[in-house]
Design a protein around this ligand. Structure first.
Ligand code: MG
Length: 199
């Protein structure tokens, strides 16, 4: 008898900004960043449809996102929490429900006490992926991590997941960074890869 049917299924872990939502240019910092206010939140074209396709194929979806703006003193934590609420509302309107969402609000060079310095949660740390697997019974070896930064790929690799890196012209890869299993231009392409390869 095979034990396949008893093996817990995997999950698709997703970075949020630059993958599902648009990065926002803030003149105050001169940088493209995660949306800091609910009104700045915008889903990328095709992202919702890609998540619907994964959901229909039976994949649970979990967001794993670094949100360092709070630790850097740029925005109130309440704003980032509200951005997440609006994000969940936008997904729900399109028929997509997240199984879980993990946010790191810390940064190594942060200025907010308790959110600055080393963090196991912040990608490339893979703590949140392991935590999700423990909480939901997901099999990390049958799971995927999709992100646009080297740190997303690294977190996925450390957790033993297969990885898809989306192209982001603003996120240059550092020399010596780990290679993803697959590269894609959009979440649509990434979801096609996942649906083709399965769990
Ligand atoms: Mg990103």
């Amino acid at each position: 008898m095979g034990i396949g049917s008893l093996t817990p299924a995997g999950v698709v872990f997703l970075d949020r900004d630059g993958v599902i939502t648009r990065e926002v240019f803030y003149p105050s910092s001169g940088e493209w960043e995660a949306p800091m206010q609910p009104g700045d939140l915008e889903l990328l074209p095709g992202a919702l449809e890609a998540l619907v396709a994964l959901t229909r194929a039976g994949w649970p979806l979990a967001v794993v996102s670094n949100q360092a703006a709070f630790a850097k003193g740029k925005v109130a934590l309440a704003s980032l929490l509200r951005v997440h609420e609006v994000f969940v509302e936008l997904l729900a309107r399109g028929g997509v429900q997240l199984a879980d969402a993990f946010y790191s609000y810390s940064h190594p060079e942060g200025v907010v006490p308790g959110f600055s310095g080393p963090s196991l949660e912040r990608k490339p740390g893979h703590l949140f992926l392991v935590l999700g697997a423990a909480r939901h019974g997901w099999d990390l070896g049958r799971s995927w991590m999709v992100g646009d930064r080297d740190s997303d790929v690294e977190a996925g690799l450390r957790a033993g997941c297969r990885t898809v890196q989306l192209a982001n012209p603003r996120a240059g890869s550092k020399a010596g960074s780990s290679s993803p299993h697959f590269r894609a231009n959009t979440l649509t392409e990434a979801s096609d890869i996942i649906l083709r390869h399965g769990g």
